[in-house]
Design a protein around this ligand. Structure first.
Ligand SMILES: NC(=O)c1ccc[n+]([C@@H]2O[C@H](COP(=O)([O-])OP(=O)(O)OC[C@H]3O[C@@H](n4cnc5c(N)ncnc54)[C@H](O)[C@@H]3O)[C@@H](O)[C@H]2O)c1
Ligand SMILES: N[C@H](CO)Cc1c[nH]c[nH+]1
Ligand SMILES: [Zn+2]
Length: 438
C-alpha cells in the first residue's frame, strides 16, 4: 500500500495545487458513454429494462410486480430493525423536521411598491418529486430522512423514493422505516442510472416525476446530467467529500479520526486534512494506523484508497491564511473547523456547503440528524449552490396587482419603454386603447 498523500502546499507549483482541487466526478466521460444505452433501454422498454438491470447490475431477481415495495414490506421492516435504530431515526427526523419547518417560506408575501400597486412572491409545492436513496457501498436510511422530510414539509403531494434492490429483491429495512416515519409510502426498487431514467420518463410501474433529488454514485450523477432536459436534476450531489480544517489548538489524532469519516464512503470519495500546524499534520499521519485498526476491512480499503490517491490526504500550509485560501478554493461539501475557537475562523471561510464547528460536531452528527440537510453539493458546486432544503421542493411565482388608482403612472412608464423596444401590442395595452375596454 502506498503512503498517505502528504502535500506541503508551498512546495507545489500551480499544476500541483490545481490537481488537489479535482474530484473523481470531475471527469464523467467514462460513465456517460455507458449510461446512455441504459437510459434508452428504460425509455423504450420500461419495466422490462428495470427488471433486467436489477438482475445485471444489482444481482437482484425481481419481476415487474415487485418493483414497488408493498405495504406488507413496510410493515415487516419495523419488525426487522432494532428498536434502538428506530429510535435514532425518530430522533433524526424530529430534528430535521424542526430545522426544515424553520426554512419553509410563507405561502405568499406582497409589498406595496407604489401607492395602490402590489408585488410579491407566492410559493407552491412541486407536484411530483423523486428521492434517490443510494445503496451500493452502504444502506442510507439517513439519506431517506434528509430527502423525505423537506419534501413532506414543503407539501409535495406525490413523493416517491427510488433505491437499488438488495440481491434478495428487498429494500433496506431501515430505509422503509425512515420513509414511513417521514411520511413517504411509495418506494421503487430501482437504482443507478436506470432509476433516474425511470422517474424521468415513467414506466408501467414507476410514475414520472418533475424533479429528482438525492445523492448517488457517478452512474447516478451521469444519468442526471444526461436527462437534465427531461427532468429537473436538482443539486449536484456526487461522491462524498470533506475537508477537516485544524488549527494548532487540537490533537492531530482527532483530526485524523474525522478525516476518515467521509474518506470511508468509497474509493471515489475525497477527504483532506488542512492545517498550518506541522505538529497536527504529523500527529494525524502517525495516528491513522490506530484508527484503521478499529475499522472494518471494506472501510479501511476505501479510506486508504482515498488518502493514498489523488483525492485525499494531508495538506500542510504555511499559515492559517493559506489554509483559508485552500479551503475556499476547494469548496468542500462538508467542512469541519477543528479549533477551541472555531468562530474565530468561520468568517474567513465562505465556500463550503456545510460548516461544522468545534471538536464536538463531527460530520457524523450532521450526517445522521443534527437538523441541517446532509445532501450537499459536491465537486466545488458549493461555490454557487447550497444544501438541499425546503426551497428545492417548492417553486416560486411572482404576483402583481395594480389598482385603478396606481395604474396611470405605471401605464405611462410602460408605454414609454414599449415604444422604445418597438412592441406595438405592448404599447397599445397601456395606451388610450385600453380605456375603451375597461
Ligand atoms: N453528497 C451527498 O449528500 C451524499 C450522501 C450520501 C452518499 N453520497 C455518495 O453517494 C454515493 C453512493 O454510491 P453507491 O455506489 O453507494 O450507491 P448508488 O445507489 O448511487 O449506486 C449503486 C448503483 O449504481 C449502479 N451501478 C453500479 N455499477 C454499475 C455499472 N458497472 N454499470 C452501470 N451501473 C452501475 C447500479 O444500478 C447500482 O444500483 C457514494 O459515492 C457516496 O459517497 C453522497
Ligand atoms: N456523508 C454523506 C453526505 O455526503 C451522508 C451520509 C449518510 N450516511 C453516511 N454519510
Ligand atoms: Zn458520510
Amino acid at each position: 500500500m502506498a503512503d498517505v498523500s502528504f502535500h506541503e502546499l508551498a512546495k507545489l507549483d500551480e499544476v500541483g495545487r490545481a490537481a488537489l482541487l479535482r474530484r473523481s466526478e470531475t471527469d464523467l466521460s467514462g460513465f456517460i458513454d455507458k449510461v446512455k444505452p441504459i437510459i434508452e433501454a428504460v425509455r423504450t422498454q420500461g419495466d422490462a429494462a428495470l427488471v433486467r438491470f436489477a438482475r445485471e447490475l444489482d444481482k437482484a431477481e425481481l419481476d415487474a410486480g415487485r418493483l414497488k415495495a408493498s405495504e406488507t414490506e413496510f410493515d415487516e421492516a419495523f419488525g426487522k430493525v432494532d428498536a434502538e435504530v428506530i429510535g435514532a431515526i425518530r430522533f433524526g427526523i424530529d430534528n430535521i423536521r424542526r430545522f426544515h419547518e424553520e426554512q419553509k417560506p410563507e405561502p405568499m408575501w406582497l409589498k406595496e411598491m407604489r401607492p395602490g400597486a402590489y408585488a410579491g412572491d407566492r410559493f407552491t409545492p412541486i407536484k411530483s418529486v423523486a428521492l434517490y436513496v443510494p445503496r451500493g457501498k452502504g444502506a442510507f436510511p439517513s439519506v431517506t430522512m434528509m430527502t423525505a422530510v423537506p419534501a413532506v414539509v414543503a407539501g409535495v403531494p406525490d413523493i416517491a423514493i427510488v433505491t437499488p434492490p438488495a440481491p434478495d429483491g428487498s429494500v433496506d429495512a431501515a430505509t422503509l422505516v425512515a420513509a414511513r416515519l417521514a411520511g413517504v409510502e411509495t418506494v421503487y426498487k430501482v437504482g443507478g442510472a436506470q432509476a433516474v431514467a425511470a422517474v424521468a420518463y415513467g414506466t408501467e410501474t414507476v410514475r414520472p416525476a418533475l424533479k429528482i433529488v438525492g445523492p448517488g454514485s457517478p452512474w447516478v450523477v451521469a444519468a442526471k446530467r444526461l436527462l437534465a432536459g427531461t427532468i429537473d436534476p436538482g443539486l449536484p450531489a456526487g461522491p462524498s467529500e470533506a475537508v477537516i480544517f485544524a488549527d494548532d489548538t487540537v490533537k492531530g489524532g482527532l483530526a485524523a479520526l474525522d478525516l476518515l469519516i467521509e474518506a470511508e464512503h468509497g474509493p471515489d470519495s475525497s477527504a483532506y486534512l488542512v492545517t498550518h500546524s506541522r505538529r497536527v499534520a504529523e500527529e494525524a499521519l502517525a495516528s491513522l494506523p490506530e484508527h484503521w485498526a478499529r475499522m472494518t476491512a471494506q472501510r479501511v480499503d476505501f479510506s486508504k484508497t482515498v488518502l493514498t490517491g489523488s483525492y485525499g490526504g494531508i495538506v500542510l500550509t504555511q499559515s492559517v491564511e493559506e489554509s483559508y485560501r485552500f479551503v475556499n478554493d476547494y469548496a468542500p461539501e462538508h467542512l469541519e473547523i477543528l479549533s477551541t475557537d472555531p468562530f474565530a475562523h468561520l468568517g474567513h471561510i465562505t465556500e463550503a456547503a456545510e460548516v461544522l464547528l468545534g471538536p464536538h460536531t463531527p460530520v457524523s452528527i450532521a450526517n445522521f440528524g443534527l437538523g441541517p440537510n446532509a445532501v450537499l453539493p459536491t465537486s466545488r458546486w458549493a461555490r454557487s449552490v447550497g444544501p438541499l432544503s425546503v426551497m428545492d421542493f417548492v417553486k416560486r411565482s411572482s404576483i402583481g396587482y395594480v389598482t385603478a388608482s396606481a395604474y396611470p403612472e405605471f401605464a405611462k412608464n410602460a408605454w414609454t419603454l414599449a415604444r422604445y423596444e418597438g412592441f406595438s401590442s405592448h404599447e397599445h395595452a397601456v395606451s388610450d386603447v385600453r380605456k375603451a375596454y375597461l
